[in-house]
Write a protein that binds this ligand. Structure first.
Ligand SMILES: [Zn+2]
Ligand SMILES: [Zn+2]
Length: 267
């Protein structure tokens, strides 16, 4: 049976004869349905019509989809020397992308910021040798295609290896997470997905319940995020898509942005 894939948000579902009546990711108030309503495809069909975009996005290798499709996020590849991690997923997995990643020494683990970017995470894991997929347990209900490769982590953080740590940053979703990478030589990086939404000026970040529907979070969430990010070294913040990154002075960008947010929503 096919694994149906929502063309609006890019989420792949469990195998069923016919597609679900609605995509619960798109039915949620954080997302929306396009003007033409609910439509479905499959990964096999996507492979015939779409191509992978593989290129550097500032200082990290990005993997996305060349043609317009779904949200559109891009994955990032973190290479620490000790391990390679694929951050966030897109819906399309091509042999070209798998060859590229295997040529870099393979991928040791996949980590995902939040359910909007689960997309085809199980396809990716299987194509890369059944590598573990780390998602925060607070978002378990959003896993549309289950797999033994999905590892649910819990608590405030998860060490993935030397210099590489997942940080729980709830706000956009209950299980939203950041990937924090602090190489001994080099830039301290936060991979944020939508957990911190990089602003269009690429000098500020935000925390939104819904980005496309413009729904902010409340002051308690912002104060909680401030507390969770206290003391983190941050040079760069990578946002959810190509080029939407704060490069340099990331710590200042985060601090000023969250202070500004609190002033804006002060009761
Ligand atoms: Zn959807
Ligand atoms: Zn999102």
């Amino acid at each position: 049976m096919p694994h149906h894939l929502c063309t609006n948000c890019g989420t792949q579902y469990a195998d069923t004869d016919s597609p679900p009546t609605t995509c619960r990711v798109c039915a949620d108030d954080r997302q929306y349905l396009g003007r033409h309503g609910q439509q479905w495809t499959t990964h096999g069909a996507l492979l015939r019509t779409h191509h992978q975009r593989i290129e550097m996005d500032d200082h990290l290798l990005g993997i996305g989809i060349l043609e317009p499709f779904a949200i559109p996020q891009r994955s990032l590849v973190v290479r620490t020397g000790a391990m390679n991690v694929l951050w966030d997923c897109v819906s399309l997995v091509t042999p070209e992308a798998v060859d590229t990643l295997n040529g870099l020494g393979g991928i040791d683990a996949i980590a995902i910021s939040h359910p909007h970017f689960y997309s085809s995470m199980v396809e990716w894991s299987r194509a890369l040798g059944d590598v573990p997929i780390h998602v925060h347990e607070a978002d378990t209900a959003w896993i549309a295609r289950t797999s033994p490769n999905v590892r649910r982590w819990h608590g405030d953080d998860l060490d993935l290896g030397v210099d590489l740590r997942l940080v729980h940053c709830p706000g956009h979703f209950p299980g939203s997470a950041l990937l924090h990478w602090t190489p001994p030589q080099g830039r301290a990086v936060v991979l944020a997905g939508d957990s911190l939404h990089v602003a269009a000026d690429r000098r500020h970040v935000s925390v939104m319940h819904s980005v496309p529907n413009h729904v902010p979070v409340g002051p308690a969430v912002i104060r909680d995020v401030q507390r969770r990010l206290t003391g983190l070294a941050i040079d760069d913040v990578y946002g959810f898509t190509w080029g939407l990154n704060v490069i340099g002075d990331g710590r200042r960008a985060v601090d000023e942005s969250l202070d500004r947010y609190l002033r804006a929503i002060a009761a």
